[in-house]
Write a protein of this length. Structure first.
Length: 469
């Protein structure tokens, strides 16, 4: 032990690190010394709220799934239930071949549960392909496969390019051709497993139908916070009561006789911290670097997880512009369209609590393989590109009354084929190192609930190995 008081260092101050620090406080008690070391000078990671035309506006993750329990439970545990809001009834659209059409109501990341509702999206031949899918023989051995080729083989190239790729691109900033089915759509893979185990013909339509509810009457799908996601960040910081060390990279991690030593700060003048336990909640490149001298197999697995970058351009337009917006929560853009933007969220339509003043919206740019140029463009150029795309989609040319540009460099782990094997190698390697734990979007999902789930699990594992203060 490093002293009479248990000392834990959490590396990473995003939602995963802060949720882990909060849970460690609950598990270790008021006397434990909990420290959060974050390379950036702000906390929250991909949760960031900025003022936009006087409104608190999220420029990172804007919502969380409420049908997963973790985020909703944490909001309630922190006493934030009165801040909880839900989107309005408007659905999303997709842009392809120069036209915009509503997304069908029952799809799992673009994989439909039935041909119904696809008539306005597919050609006659494409629709016939979908209808024939359950009768096509399918070899399913449970291995992970790339989503795009599987969907193209089973449901046709139109479903892959017009539905699945835009949706996966919106979530991961990645490509359906490389993203794995098991890590990105685990319920669909599990439904295919169940069909095969029951001796029934595997089918993507049947698997999606087994996963998706028969109707939309099961309550809202997403939740957000009225004051923005920074409300959650601030509440976690208060409840965790952790020492905060911001603007300091963690350069090294080494075992000591009874714990860990961390090297933090600038290379010419490093600082060393001794801790009883360490929890890593960092992106794949940082995880690879920290594991390199400790566990080569886990290091290699972390190095095999790529990252993609994106940019969010947020605009506040004159209130009269709302009349020209489609009656939709947003528009996803297929990869082949002559637009720079991959998705628009019409925030003032989607979220009723943002209505009544300026017309606010956000645009997302950057797909894997195309993200470097986007990141290097200056703010004025990015705003110009987004305004041109908005004019093409809606006819709106009004200049914004406010704007914000937010770059997320390397912000999205890529769940390529074999991701679960890489994660298993990371977790096994870390588990072999006493008093070390790992959490975050690198592992089992990039959404807020998934990050909270890994943080809770890591905090419990670490706390079980530590002495009480």
């Amino acid at each position: 032990m490093t002293g009479a008081v248990t000392h834990v260092v959490v590396v990473g101050g995003g939602i995963s690190g802060l949720a882990a620090a909060f849970r460690l406080r609950r598990l270790l008690g008021a006397d434990a010394r909990i420290m959060v070391v974050e390379q950036a000078r702000t906390l929250g990671g991909k949760l960031r709220t900025v003022p936009l035309a006087g409104l608190p506006f999220d420029v990172g993750a804007e919502a969380f799934l409420v049908r997963r329990p973790e985020a909703l439970a944490l909001v309630r545990e922190l006493g934030l239930s009165d801040e909880l809001v839900h989107p309005g009834p408007a659905g999303a659209c997709v842009r392809f071949d120069g036209r915009t059409a509503p997304l069908p109501p029952r799809t799992l990341l673009g994989v439909p549960a039935a041909p119904d509702g696809l008539e306005h999206l597919l050609s006659a031949a494409g629709l016939a392909r979908v209808r024939a899918e359950p009768s096509l023989p399918m070899r399913w051995d449970g291995s992970d496969v790339a989503v795009g080729p599987l969907v193209s083989r089973r449901l046709g190239a139109e479903v892959a390019s017009r539905l699945v790729d835009p949706l996966l691109g919106g979530v991961y900033a990645g490509r359906a051709d490389t993203l794995g089915l098991r890590p990105t759509m685990p319920p669909l893979a599990a439904a295919l497993d169940a069909l095969a185990a029951a001796g029934q013909p595997p089918s993507l339509l049947a698997a999606a139908a087994a996963v998706l509810p028969a109707s939309a009457g099961d309550g809202p799908l997403f939740g957000a916070l009225r004051g923005g996601m920074s409300v959650l960040v601030d509440a976690l910081v208060r409840a965790a009561r952790a020492e905060l060390r911001l603007g300091l990279p963690v350069r090294g991690l080494a075992r000591t006789a009874d714990g860990w030593r961390l090297e933090i700060g600038p290379a010419p003048a490093p600082e060393y911290l001794d801790a009883d336990g360490v929890l890593l909640a960092v992106p794949p490149p940082a995880l690879r670097r920290l594991l390199a001298p400790l566990h080569p197999v886990a290091c290699a697995a972390a190095g095999g997880i790529g990252v993609a970058s994106s940019v969010i351009v947020s605009l506040a337009l004159p209130g009269v512009a709302s009349a020209a917006l489609p009656a939709a929560s947003g528009v996803l853009v297929a990869a082949g369209e002559p637009l720079h933007t991959k998705a628009f969220t019409f925030s003032g339509v989607k979220w009723p609590h943002l209505q009544g003043g300026a017309t606010v919206l956000r645009a997302s740019l950057g797909r894997r393989g195309e993200d470097v140029g986007i990141l290097q463009a200056d703010d004025a150029e990015l705003v110009r590109l987004v305004r041109a795309d908005l004019a093409s989609l809606t006819g709106i040319t009004a200049p914004p009354v406010d704007a914000a540009v937010t770059r997320w460099g390397g912000g999205l782990p890529q769940y390529d084929v074999g991701h679960l094997d890489r994660v298993a190698a990371i977790e096994a390697g870390v588990a072999s190192l006493p008093r070390l734990a790992v959490a975050g979007a690198t592992l089992h999902g990039i959404g807020i609930p998934a990050c909270i789930a890994t943080a809770d699990a890591a905090a419990h594992r670490l706390a079980a190995q530590l002495p009480a203060s």
